[in-house]
Design a protein around this ligand. Structure first.
Ligand code: FDA
Length: 310
């Protein structure tokens, strides 16, 4: 119930305004979002690189219904890719970017698909020039078909473009089979959006579904990106990699910035690839609320921060 309430709050403009304007919020948010500017993202990724952790950068913003804002988001990606390239962090994909299609125009009326595709193409070209890749984030289930269609179109020119699949959706095991081909980068996560039972598994069935999809990806010829903090799933991924004789360079683990950092380091130190998802930007509210919904302890952490500094 708490999870549903928090996911509902993620959509509440009034609560968002209140939290965003609270003077202490930003300091507390720093655990999950290193800052609002490109330099904050570069600083966070540089620190991770020094401890052998790779990164994927997300410029926060979603559900854009305004063309100028979609263009602004595209431009932010172009700027961040050149800033990272200038630091020598993009070559070989040490730092890549994660892109939400709704942030670059997917939800615009009439020609959202075309606008988002064109913007994503420009970001993919900039990533290619910088020696790195783009992974498309996955949003709620009403966008899955459109996002996978955009992926197919992008991969014709940029075959390294990756996608996120959400294990909780009933369709995902089949989507994994479709995308388990040579060169295909698939980030498998549990799924952060509240979805109805008609389309998604609930509760512990999500973990079982994750394992089924993971088996398909690890047995396939693509490049699985195991995006979870769940210790059991991390262990199962390791066992599947061994079973299929996978080279450690043929898959990677991924976790979110600020979540289980010791485990991130342990995985990197044992010689496996570990990538950290770094969100940055002014629009941190929806992202933060989804993290709170995943773990009520985070809410306590947040409220403690507000109480002690307010
Ligand atoms: P689960 O939530 O069951 O957590 C397992 C354990 O991990 C917990 O017991 C706790 O120890 C730790 N943990 C998990 N979340 C925590 C938190 N917030 N704070 C502290 N500890 C926590 N979703 C989506 O719908 N679309 C997307 O595009 C993406 N992209 C994405 C990229 C990457 C790199 C990651 C890691 C995750 C995503 N997600 C996502 C989010 C994903 O769907 C999911 O909501 C979270 O990863 C939490 O699920 P876990 O698999 O970690 O398991």
């Amino acid at each position: 119930m708490l999870r549903n309430g928090l996911l509902h709050l993620a959509d509440s403009t009034r609560v968002r305004d209140l939290v965003e304007q609270a003077p202490v919020s930003r300091a507390v948010v720093r655990r999950f979002v290193p800052g609002a500017g490109t330099t904050d993202a570069v600083g966070a990724a540089t620190a991770l690189a020094s401890t052998h952790r790779m990164a994927t950068i997300d410029y926060l913003g979603e559900d854009t219904t305004d063309l100028a804002h979609a263009e602004h988001t595209r431009d932010a990606y172009l700027t961040l890719l050149s800033a990272f390239a200038a630091e020598g962090l993009t070559s070989g994909g040490v730092v890549e970017v994660s892109l939400k299609l709704s942030a670059v125009g997917q939800a615009l009326p009439d020609d959202g698909h075309r606008v988002a595709l064109e913007h994503a193409r420009q970001v993919c070209q900039a990533a290619l020039n910088a020696g790195t890749t783009v992974t498309l984030d996955m949003e709620d289930h009403t966008t899955t078909d459109a996002t996978l269609e955009t992926l197919r179109e992008l991969r014709q020119d940029f075959p390294d473009t990756g996608a996120v699949l959400q294990a909780h959706l009933h369709r995902t095991e089949a989507d994994c089979a479709d995308l388990a081909d040579e060169g295909s980068r698939v980030r498998l996560c549990k799924g952060a959006y509240k979805e109805p039972e008609s389309v998604a598994f609930q509760g512990s069935d999500v973990d079982k579904a994750y394992v089924r999809s993971l088996k398909v990806l690890m047995a396939g010829r693509g490049y699985p990106m195991i995006a979870t903090h769940d210790p059991r799933l991390v262990e199962i991924a390791g066992a599947l990699a061994a079973k299929h004789g996978r080279d450690p360079k043929s898959f990677e683990y991924q976790m979110l910035y600020g979540i289980r950092p010791e485990e991130q380091q342990r995985i990197a130190d044992r010689g496996d690839q570990m990538r950290v998802y770094i969100p940055y930007g002014e629009q941190w509210y929806g992202y933060l609320m989804r993290r709170m919904a995943e773990k009520p302890g985070n809410l306590a952490f947040f409220l403690r921060g507000v109480a002690s500094k307010g």
